[in-house]
Design a protein around this ligand. Sequence first.
Ligand SMILES: Cc1ncc(C[n+]2csc(CCOP(=O)(O)OP(=O)(O)O)c2C)c(N)n1
Length: 324
Amino acid sequence: MDISTEELLDIYHTMQKIRLFESKVRDLAMAGEIPGFVHVSIGEEASAAGVCAALRTTDRITSTHRGHGHLIAKGGRLDKMMAEIFGKRTGYCKGKGGSMHIVDYSLGILGANGIVGGGLPIATGSGLAAVIAGKDDVTASFFGDGASNEGTFHESLNLAAVWKLPVIFVCENNGFGEFTPMETVTSVKDIAVRAQAYGIPGHIVDGNDVLEVLRYTSEAVARARAGEGPTLLECKTYRWEGHVVGEQAFLGEGAYRAKSEIEAWKLKCPLIRFEKWCAENGKISSAELKKIVADTEKELADAIEFARASELPDAAEVTDDVYA
Ligand SMILES: Cc1ncc(C[n+]2csc(CCOP(=O)(O)OP(=O)(O)O)c2C)c(N)n1
């Protein structure tokens, strides 16, 4: 695949932003500084970064409850995201939405979504809107393996296929829905085969290989822009952390997965894999990669300072901007 050094640097920057942002969010939530529930996608950075690297600003995405990575990859600002997660007025939703409701229409981010499977019909509608408007923008919809068992998945794929809508359905299969192993509640081993039922292409993708994700997404985007309809991508990956930050069930007695399984997946870290690829292919020096890490740490420290220094919304504003 033809890819410039600048694009490679951007991809690495995105993955580092996600990793460092979410590690910090996890630590701040554990320390009690962040209110509400937060779900992190540490270990799954390559799917968000690879998919969004194939999109342009006018393309759109829908996200999930585990959405920080998608939003960052589509250009979401760390300061406004952090302020939102802190519940501050300077946040994306004036501090009233929190982690699961971050939206930025100007970047094509149609929203994180606390409803499992909730983003799929929105993406289908967004695809239809682009067609009606005569634009060749595409919409990528991120969702989990659990969401692929919801009715919205099947309805959305069917309609998008029938109307040949420019939508890329991106299943991030991390092996679990909350504390339930995927194989105990899912009729197929590979979500990608479900594409056959709707007559569209479906591909299994190594979700920890950002360049493979980019390659498959670029093909799906070209197909969608050409009016040939939707594609289903299944990015196989793994979440390193609990379902929700603070979850105690993941390693203690009665655990739903073994510590050794998590350790085995950590060896397949998407960032380390990308660093190795750069070294082996003489693409980017380790000094350049280290500079990106240092720059990202600074960006993140500024975002936290911004969030901490911002005001909480006033109680009198509690029903402002509330539509339902
Ligand atoms: C419609 C709906 N049903 C159930 C829930 C509770 N819930 C929140 S996250 C989750 C698991 C989702 O699993 P998956 O789609 O695989 O995403 P992952 O958490 O693995 O990223 C469930 C059942 C919900 N938020 N919405």
